[in-house]
Design a protein around this ligand. Structure first.
Ligand SMILES: NC(=O)c1ccc[n+]([C@@H]2O[C@H](COP(=O)([O-])OP(=O)(O)OC[C@H]3O[C@@H](n4cnc5c(N)ncnc54)[C@H](OP(=O)(O)O)[C@@H]3O)[C@@H](O)[C@H]2O)c1
Length: 230
């Protein structure tokens, strides 16, 4: 997909990776709707702020009505609560699934007819190396990103006949607020991840592996799981 004439909607565009994606899309000549639950916090030059909370279906519907010329949806908004699946707060587990799985699903359902009506385009889902690697300490987040991986594969097949390409971006730690506690030498630059993501959309890659961690974890998928205790 050519980005120069694209009309992009980026969720969570007020900070972190989403802000880089929105800014770089603008630099490449795309029209950008920078979606955020608090649009007054959007500061991307040239972008149009758009109110969109991915857990609020009415706000998604209204955003799809306003951004009626969209050809590209980037499902970037996400949260990480640090909840474990057994000992963690179940409300946090549900919130993570609402944001990281149902959020992209609801946005894709709302924007698919818009993108199709504009002649086709693309959806990018921002996932994680944790779609494939599921440590107990991040069990809830990993489950939500694994679900979003399945969502990416299934919607890729379902939307292809409607002229909509679906890509998934996988990455380990990035230097954003979400990974503020992670040591600097374990993080990659979000600006570089954004550039790789846009290149992946342009070249029609279904799966974009943006760092060494995600490439290693993907490659390890066929390895035997940890043995059971006892
Ligand atoms: N950072 C990492 O190490 C890392 C690694 C792999 C994947 N990811 C993924 O990358 C994506 C971007 O995260 P980030 O690293 O840029 O984190 P971040 O700096 O914490 O930014 C998260 C963004 O998501 C938005 N958001 C959260 N809940 C939302 C909701 N209900 N509706 C709309 N927007 C919402 C936030 O908006 P507010 O300002 O309103 O909170 C913010 O703009 C996420 O999907 C994350 O899971 C991150």
């Amino acid at each position: 997909m050519e980005l120069k004439n694209a009309v992009a909607v980026v969720t969570g565009a007020n900070r972190g990776l989403g802000r880089h994606l929105a800014a770089q899309l603008g630099e490449r000549g795309a029209k950008v709707y920078a979606a955020a639950r608090r649009p007054e916090t959007v500061d991307v030059p040239g972008a149009i702020p758009l109110r969109l909370d991915v857990t609020d279906e009415a706000s998604i519907r209204e955003a799809a009505r306003i951004a009626s010329d969209a050809t590209l949806l980037i499902n970037n908004a996400g949260i990480s609560t640090g909840a474990t699946l057994i000992g963690g707060d179940l409300d946090a587990v549900r919130r993570e699934m609402e944001t990281n799985f149902y959020g992209p699903l609801a946005a894709t359902r709302a924007f698919a007819p818009v993108i199709e009506g504009n002649g086709g385009g693309a959806v990018l889902n921002v996932l994680s190396a944790l779609s494939w690697f599921h440590p107990a300490g991040l069990g809830s987040y990993a489950a939500s990103k694994a679900a979003a991986w399945a969502l990416s594969d299934a919607t890729r097949e379902e939307l292809a006949p409607r002229g909509i390409a679906v890509s998934a971006l996988h990455v380990g730690y990035m230097d954003t607020d979400m990974a503020a506690d992670v040591p600097a030498d374990q993080k990659v630059a979000a600006t570089d991840v954004a550039a790789q993501a846009l290149h992946g959309i342009e070249t029609g890659q279904p799966e974009i592996l943006a760092d060494e961690t995600s490439r290693y974890v993907k490659q390890s998928l066929s390895a035997a799981p940890q043995p059971n205790a006892g």
